[in-house]
Design a binder for this molecule. Structure first.
Ligand code: C5P
Length: 248
């Protein structure tokens, strides 16, 4: 019998060890899907389930996540509520109408997070292939370092380009492609996003906002399979990845 179980027995009651801090997941799903020819990509069929459904199921299954806030397009609010009911996403507490850019959408979700939220994950609804392991590692790194993003080393050589000409080649070994969910202590995310909004920073991810206030996010477990559905070809790739996972 382990030490923890012996102490629990002596105390004569069940003791909850290592209770996880309250975690909120904000799902950014209010994009215009311009590169998907206007169709809301979050509702595109992916092996029998809308793209957004896959993301919601992964977050629902995570013990680190206690509430899910979905920020979506106005015309997708009712379909999102129906999807949550159908998939029994019991942690989904709010479905909100997003803003004109991603930062505004995340801020709308953040304003509605539970006051109990100690850690907040921001996930692109358009990343349906996220796994429980990726979510768990991002949270556990955020518990330690206040900010974390899943990342993978880039395979291609990356160039900095200006006016159609290469100006610079960053050292490839130091360049990572980062993904979501990105996880933060609640105070850090609030300070970072409000600063980005006030200063009109051109950020493309939430860690970028944290970096701008001097935070150094940790890189957590990422995956080359955790792709973002951006163009029609990405759906085909996602289908192939799901089929390969099912065949395992
Ligand atoms: O446009 P992009 O694919 O980079 O968007 C990343 C995520 O942010 C998507 O899941 C998209 O739905 C979301 N988004 C949002 N509100 C916006 C723009 C994008 O929630 N105004």
């Amino acid at each position: 019998m382990g030490v923890k179980r012996i102490i629990a027995k002596v105390l004569g009651r069940a003791v909850t060890w290592n209770k996880l801090p309250f975690g909120t997941a904000i799902v950014a799903a209010a994009g215009s899907s311009e590169r998907m020819e206007g169709e809301d990509k979050l509702f595109a069929d992916l092996c029998g389930l809308p793209v957004l459904g896959w993301s919601l199921r992964a977050l629902e299954a995570s013990p680190n996540v206690h509430e899910i806030i979905v920020v979506t397009r106005e015309d997708s609010i009712v379909p999102t509520a129906d999807l949550c009911a159908e998939l029994e996403i019991t942690k989904a507490t709010k479905i909100l109408c997003g803003g004109e850019d991603r930062l505004s959408s995340v801020l709308i979700g953040l304003a509605e997070a539970s006051p109990d939220a100690e850690y907040i994950a921001v996930h692109d609804g358009a990343r349906p292939l996220v796994t429980e392991e990726i979510v768990a590692d991002a949270f556990s790194k955020a518990y330690k370092y206040n900010a974390a993003c899943p990342g993978v080393p880039v395979n291609d050589t990356v160039k900095r380009v200006s006016d159609g000409f290469v100006t610079d080649t960053p050292d490839r070994s130091a360049v990572y492609a980062v993904q979501t969910p990105q996880v933060f202590s609640a105070d850090v995310l609030k300070a970072a996003l409000h600063n980005a909004k006030i200063k009109k920073l051109k950020i493309t991810d939430d860690c970028g906002a944290a970096e701008a206030i001097g935070i150094k996010p940790a890189v957590s477990l990422g995956s080359y399979e955790n792709i973002k559905i951006t163009r029609p070809v990405d759906l085909k790739l996602a289908e192939a990845i799901i089929e390969a996972r099912r065949a395992k």
